[in-house]
Design a protein around this ligand. Structure first.
Ligand code: F6P
Length: 324
């Protein structure tokens, strides 16, 4: 295939993430600079199955680098788990002369890439998810923006918690992963951080910690709870009953997915988007782009999907040492 790549499709899939637009812009403009035609596919794999695609020119990606969300829109496509639809999508790619598909999304989107690969379509995948839960990379587009959004919101909650001498449980996103919770735990100086990777579900320990820290004179008690543990509202009721300290729960929710991307998200997205085109022109096949040891890297798609990611135990320990 190599430098015969003439036309590629780009799609965003799964939960949107700040920086996706910057990545799409880079794919389109690097494509134009290198003589590759780029088709924007709407609504991820669902849109691919409906043949919702159109050629993109430099102007079509004007004024989007600073915007959250994705101009291509996104979807979660359950049909794409079925062989029949995977074959159909690959046939659609061939019908439209697409030499490769560039997908921007989380691990579900990587699996979508693998489904296309299994039907003979070349793919390049970019890590786009606020969750930071892709094992083949140390960075995923959107994480920096999302964690800063959550951090700022939690600072505000902390102010009112202190005024009212309350305990606050703040639930942050992350699906099965606790990276946003871990980072907010450190960045917001939380008294407790509950991560799916580590939590022992011993609520009595939590209750004892709240009572002890109140005795030490702490005026608030901030608990960051990862979405993967959840149940923040019922937890707040039980904690209030057990400690006698007013306890409130806040679920930050989808606000964490929106907003203008930070410089890091814009620059990493731009670099990864451009790299996707360059990899294709080098003749690379089935690669996933990542960031590791201070460099942009690329890894084989199947190898990337087989990797496992673990939270850093040192950072985990910091959460408790730095707040006690
Ligand atoms: O993967 C990003 C994410 O925001 C997760 O943190 C969350 O669990 C999930 O998406 C929510 O997905 P949906 O938009 O389908 O409700």
């Amino acid at each position: 295939m190599g430098n015969q790549v003439k036309r590629v499709g780009v799609l965003t899939s799964g939960g949107d993430a700040p920086g996706m637009n910057a990545a799409v812009r880079a794919v389109v403009r690097q494509g134009i600079a290198r003589g590759v035609e780029v088709y924007g596919i709407r609504r991820g794999f669902a849109g691919l199955l409906q043949e919702e695609m159109e050629p993109m020119d430099a102007h079509s990606v004007s004024d989007i680098i600073s915007r959250g969300g994705t101009i291509l829109q996104t979807a979660r496509c359950l049909e794409f788990l079925e062989e029949e639809y995977q074959q159909k999508a690959a046939d659609i790619c061939r019908k439209h002369g697409l030499d490769a598909i560039i997908t921007i999304g989380g691990d579900g989107s990587y699996k979508g890439s693998r489904n296309l690969k299994n039907h003979g379509i070349n793919t390049i995948s970019l890590p786009g998810t606020i969750d930071l839960d892709i094992a083949s990379t140390d960075y995923t587009l959107g994480f920096d923006t999302a964690v800063n959004t959550a951090m700022e919101a939690i600072d505000k909650i902390r102010d009112t918690s202190t005024s009212h001498e309350r305990c606050s449980i703040v639930e942050v996103m992350g699906r099965g992963a606790g990276y946003i919770a871990l980072w907010c735990g450190i960045a917001n100086g939380a008294e407790d951080v509950l991560l799916p990777e580590d939590y022992d579900y011993d609520e009595q320990k939590l209750v004892n910690h709240i009572i002890e820290s109140r005795k030490k004179g702490k005026q608030h008690h901030l608990i960051i709870n990862a979405e993967g543990i959840g149940h923040s509202s019922s937890m707040a009721k039980r904690i209030e009953a057990a400690t006698g300290i007013e306890t409130r729960a806040t679920i930050l929710g989808y606000m964490q997915r929106g907003g203008s991307p930070t410089a890091r998200d814009r620059v990493y997205a731009s670099t990864m988007g451009a790299m996707a085109i360059d990899l294709l022109l080098e003749g690379q096949e089935q690669r996933v782009i990542g960031w590791r040891d201070g460099k942009f890297i690329h890894t084989d798609l199947d190898e990337a999907l087989a990797m496992e990611k673990k939270v850093d135990p040192y950072q985990l320990e910091l959460c408790s040492t730095l707040t006690d």
